[in-house]
Design a protein around this ligand. Sequence first.
Ligand code: HEC
Length: 158
Amino acid sequence: MKFKTLLSGAALTLTVMGMPTAQADITLRHSLTGEVLDLSFAKKGGNTDKFKQFMQTGKNPYNSDEEAIKKGESLYMTGCSGCHGHEAEGKLGPGLADDYWTYPRNSTDQGLFELLFGGANGMMGPQYVNFSTDDMLHIMAFIRHIYKGDPKKADWLK
Ligand code: HEC
């Protein structure tokens, strides 16, 4: 009995120790400089299970989740629509619902997250100042939801 407990304990330790290598996180890089993004700047409360999932897969787990899209819409209206337009049609900043990207990596979830977190040129400042990483994934789900571009260029679905 004792031996058995010891054994299963050892197996458990092995599994836990093996995990970090088996599910290594993706490396997030700044869209302009390529420097590794420092997530320690992130607002508190954003390191949710969904965000952790994103960090392992590079895919936004909130895509096509209706509740998340609704929340993303309201966050977008507060923080982004002033510059990008209410339907992301473009205003001071470029349109976000079509298939033309200044930064082509925005057609992937990882690329879009990197641009939101780290910002780009001019008025497109780093969004970690305003939103948690989990909020950003919600906003991204809304942007993907209102996409009007060529379905073949929807790389985040691949
Ligand atoms: C103060 C105005 C302003 C706000 C607020 C703002 N943006 Fe921007 N955004 C810009 C400008 C200007 C650019 C162009 C920057 C560049 O080309 O480097 C841009 C670029 C972008 C791009 C790159 C688009 C491409 O074609 O590759 C994305 C994605 C983006 N913004 C998303 C957002 C989201 C999402 C929010 C809200 C969380 C937001 N922005 C808030 C002004 C803004």
